[in-house]
Ligand binder design. Structure first.
Ligand SMILES: Cc1cc2nc3c(=O)[nH]c(=O)nc-3n(C[C@H](O)[C@H](O)[C@H](O)COP(=O)(O)O)c2cc1C
Length: 438
């Protein structure tokens, strides 16, 4: 039997997400105290997921019509709490699953970031990852007093240096530095804690890190750069990559490319797990699953404006003036934001119009369409992974609710486990060890 594959979850921030969707109860009132998301982490831990990635973008959308209105009215990525808070809460109610908050290299000084992640790694006993993003919106940059973001590839040059600074800070504590020796009256061995004095072209930091050592030494790095420069960055630094790639051919090409880049920077390609986005639609029968798909599609068709606003925020494009009924291939669209998303969107759109494409619920980046009974979907997931060569999936569902989580935990995951496709128990206490287990 083939190796099992990995599962992770993409949580669209700590927010009133899925507001207005079915089965979300009182999310409009209860979002502030994020019990649903803590429940989500516990549920996914019972299902032996590798990690929960907590998305963040640090600003309220304003791309659509240069106004925040559509975002505020429809709860599109707003409100968003700081991901470190929900990450900390999740660590205290779980014991094995990895927790991966997102922080931007434009918004946090390397010392602040290194300290925050080290503290989270400590309180979780080695289960923290950092989703390292370079940002894609000038609005976000302006929230931090900048005039805008640097040019796309320069952001990755800066992020390479940023990583060096952060790693140096985490490395300022040698293993065994905390001796806790009451007899000698020594808590920390001063010979094992080092100054950093990092001075690069873009960043400067001193150290040593006052937070103390990370249980994982260097916490897990997650990344999602999709452009050629982004992939090079991810291949150099990441333990796991979350990817937009459409279709089995696209997924395989993406993974092969990452592995090639890893070899080029002297890394073992097995040391980074590339997970592809999916949003399974499940039903007790094939007909029920198809019915759920029809409902999802009808919902998307009724939300063209909101979906354009969401996608426009993601790629920093104002779609409000675009002719919805013109073929996308006839419209000039460019971005200094997420380039791969835009390219893929154009490819998926083909000769379709903006309205037609946005009404397609699956238009903005899922790898394989999964619709059916838990067993049928489990089989499809297994076949796709076999074709692609590994490493697993990132669930990204637009309608997060306890009902949807139960379908995954009690329906899909047991079906995957019965086929030997995913783990039935964690082998290790720490995040990276579980990630590299197979
Ligand atoms: C699954 C996934 C999750 C992402 N999460 C975030 C996020 O939370 N915050 C963010 O600013 N960017 C996020 N991104 C965007 C990436 O960091 C990256 O900018 C994007 O994939 C485009 O790649 P490029 O910048 O190399 O063109 C995510 C991308 C993907 C595919």
């Amino acid at each position: 039997m083939a190796n099992p594959f990995h599962l992770a979850w993409f949580l669209q921030g700590s927010s009133a997400q899925a507001w207005g969707e079915e089965w979300t109860g009182h999310i409009g009132a209860s979002w502030m105290v994020p019990e649903l998301f803590v429940d989500l982490a516990r549920t996914l831990e019972r299902a032996c997921f590798d990690y929960v990635l907590i998305e963040d973008s640090s600003y309220i959308g304003e791309s659509y019509g240069a106004s925040t209105a559509v975002y505020l009215e429809n709860a599109i990525a707003v409100p968003r709490q700081d991901p470190s808070v929900i990450a900390a809460l999740m660590t205290q109610r779980t014991s094995r699953i990895g927790i991966v908050p997102t922080f931007g290299t434009y918004s946090h000084h390397p010392y602040l970031l290194a300290r925050l992640i080290a503290s989270l790694d400590q309180i979780s006993l080695g289960r923290i990852g950092w989703n390292a993003v370079t940002g894609s919106s000038d609005y976000a940059a302006m929230n931090y007093g900048l005039t805008g973001l640097p040019e796309h590839d320069t952001r990755y040059d800066m992020a390479d240096e940023y990583m060096a600074a952060v790693r140096a800070l985490w490395g300022s504590w040698e293993p065994g530095a905390v001796v806790d020796d009451k007899e000698r009256g020594v808590f920390i061995d001063p010979g094992k804690v080092h100054h950093v004095n990092f001075e690069g072209k873009f960043y400067k930091t001193r150290g040593p890190l006052n937070a103390g050592p990370c249980p994982q030494g260097q916490p897990v790095i997650a990344q999602a750069g999709g452009s050629p420069r982004g992939r090079q960055f991810a291949a150099r630094h990441a333990d796991t990559i979350v990817a937009h790639a459409k279709g089995l051919g696209g997924m395989k090409a993406y993974r092969d490319d990452v592995r090639r880049h890893m070899i080029a920077c002297g890394r073992n390609p097995g040391d980074c797990k590339v997970l592809f986005m999916v949003a399974p639609i499940l039903g007790e029968t094939e007909e029920l699953a198809q019915e759920h798909k029809r409902r999802r599609a009808a919902h998307a068709a009724a939300q063209v404006k909101q979906r354009l606003a969401f996608f426009g925020k993601l790629i920093s494009v104002d779609f409000s003036d675009f002719d919805l009924d013109r073929p996308i291939c006839d419209i000039e669209i460019t971005t200094n934001g997420h380039q791969l998303n835009l390219e893929q969107f154009k490819r998926i759109a083909g000769t379709r119009t903006l309205r037609e494409t946005m009404a397609d619920y699956n238009a903005t980046g899922l790898s394989v369409e999964l619709v059916g009974t838990p067993d049928a979907v489990a089989a499809q997931m297994g076949e796709a992974m076999e074709e692609v060569g590994g490493d697993g999936y990132l669930f990204s569902l637009p309608n997060v609710s306890r009902r949807v989580l139960a379908e995954i935990e009690d329906g899909l995951v047991p079906a995957l486990q019965a086929r030997g496709l995913v783990r039935k128990a964690y082998s290790f206490a720490q995040f990276r060890d579980n990630l590299l287990d197979f």
